[in-house]
Design a protein around this ligand. Structure first.
Ligand code: NAD
Length: 436
């Protein structure tokens, strides 16, 4: 099939590449000229494991192209994916301007029957708005479909190639037939393609992300109870996770969720609730707990240093909002860095992939280490903010010798408190006994 993908960010680039991988002809369109230029030079602008192999193969075989011209991108396309940003507006609702402006431009260019698929995360009713906007300008027939994307950054290629499920909101039998064919190679193991009405599909994405965020905030609250009651959150996690109804995943406490999706999607669903005259009480609490987690983490350091970080050097391991990505959008690290700087600390940071993005934000206000051990050299303490695998089994001897004092604040529970006590560290983690 001939496909256009409008918006070539984390979702659009993975979608376009993975659709080309099964033999489709894909043109990715982006208004960011620099990004398109890089892609055309064979430079992938994001870090996403496994994407490079598929990208280079499909570009070489001319099934994957990039352009900044919508007109060129849409030429001959029978399916158009929208993978555009939907950032939070001032009141928390999703800002639909990118999607609706693109819809207008697409309307002006439509030739024959086309399926327009919304992959962006958008509130219920958006497909109707897109339909109306395109209708104002289009003469050709078209259908607007909601097909929310569930891929996770860091494992996005796997998630796209073998999704747990594909959700498609449409009432058109033609669309069902064409999209069943398009997605057949990705669900060969029998994972479901779930067809539903458009509004349910739109809400499904928000429900999924809000539920996952709720799990995280719930476990963070359990961790606070553990700290107060002398219990160990790891044990509680294992104890409840063995129950199939609860499941083992997403039960890890920490310094709160970040990223480009959870914060904005929880906010947008809460805002949608207000707009339809419902107060989504759980979501308000989920957001409050999440904001508190990072504040609490900083307050632990302040308490340890008796409210004065002046003259203290803190090393930070991990800046991305989660491992295996360079994405720092809404990363807890941004908050922690700002607060520690405001309290007078000097910072040396290290992240395997996100250094460039953090540097673009903080410039020379902090030092950027070449590796994790350089970051801790002569630091008073180490703060761990992202659970990159490379931090899981460090050389504790080197760590101890490099740090001025053996002090670790671990926001991701990477190490065993007993082991750390044995090694002579002051080790402060989340929801577990303190060791010193
Ligand atoms: P992104 O910011 O990485 O990418 C969006 C791209 O769209 C950018 O490259 C931007 O230049 C481009 N763009 C903006 N306006 C354009 C226009 N008029 N024409 C062409 N290109 C245009 O965003 P993302 O992370 O890929 O997210 C896209 C959507 O997918 C959002 O709604 C998001 O909520 C949703 N989503 C994201 C993820 C994720 O993990 N990132 C997962 C599932 C769903």
């Amino acid at each position: 099939m001939n496909i256009a993908v409008v918006g070539t960010g984390y979702v659009g680039l993975v979608t376009g590449t993975c659709l080309a991988e099964t033999g489709n002809n894909v043109t990715c369109v982006d208004i960011d000229l620099e990004k398109v230029e890089k892609l055309n030079q064979g430079i992938i602008p994001i870090y996403e494991p496994g994407l490079d192999t598929l990208f280079y193969r499909n570009v070489a075989q001319k099934r994957l192209r990039f352009t900044s011209s919508l007109e060129e991108g849409l030429k001959g396309a029978s399916i158009i994916f929208l993978a555009l940003p939907t950032p939070p507006g001032e009141d928390g609702s999703a800002d639909l301007s990118y999607v609706l402006e693109a819809a207008e431009d697409i309307g002006k260019l439509l030739k024959g029957y086309t399926i327009i698929i919304d992959k962006s995360t958008v509130p219920v009713g958006t497909a109707d708005k897109v339909q109306q906007r395109i209708s104002q300008f289009a003469t050709a027939d078209f259908d607007v479909v909601s097909n929310p994307e569930f891929l996770r950054e860091g494992v996005a290629v796997d998630d796209f190639m073998k999704p747990d499920r594909i959700v498609i909101g449409t009432s058109s039998e033609t669309v069902k037939k064409i999209l069943s064919e398009l997605y057949a190679p990705y669900v060969r193991q029998g994972n479901p393609v779930i067809f539903m009405d458009v509004r349910s599909a739109e809400l499904t994405k928000y429900a999924a992300n809000s539920f996952l965020a709720t799990k995280i905030s719930f476990m963070n609250e359990i961790a606070h109870m553990c700290e107060r009651l002398g219990a160990n959150v790891d044990m509680v996690r294992l104890g409840i996770g063995a129950d199939d109804r609860i499941g083992k995943r997403f039960l890890f406490p920490g310094i709160g969720y970040g990223g480009s999706c959870f914060p904005k999607d929880v906010k947008a669903l809460a805002r949608s609730a207000v707009e339809c005259d419902y107060e989504f009480r759980i979501l308000e609490a989920v957001m409050e707990v999440n904001a508190f987690q990072r504040e609490y983490f900083v307050s632990k350091l302040l308490r340890f240093y008796h409210n004065g970080l002046q003259g203290k050097r803190i090393a930070i391991w991990g800046l991305a909002f989660k491992p295996e990505t360079d994405d720092i959008r809404e990363a807890p690290a941004i908050y922690v860095i700002r607060e520690l700087l405001a309290q007078g600390a000097s910072l040396a940071v290290y992240d395997p992939e996100a250094m460039g993005n953090i540097k673009a934000l903080f410039g020379d206000k902090i030092s950027y280490a070449a590796d994790q051990y350089e970051a801790v050299r002569q630091a008073d303490a180490l703060a761990i903010l992202t659970e990159w695998p490379v931090f899981r089994a460090p050389d504790f001897g080197v760590l101890k010798n490099s740090l001025k004092e053996s002090v670790i604040f671990d926001g991701r529970n990477l190490y065993d408190p007993e082991k750390m006590a044995g090694l002579g560290f002051y080790y402060n983690s989340v929801g577990r006994a303190l060791t010193d």
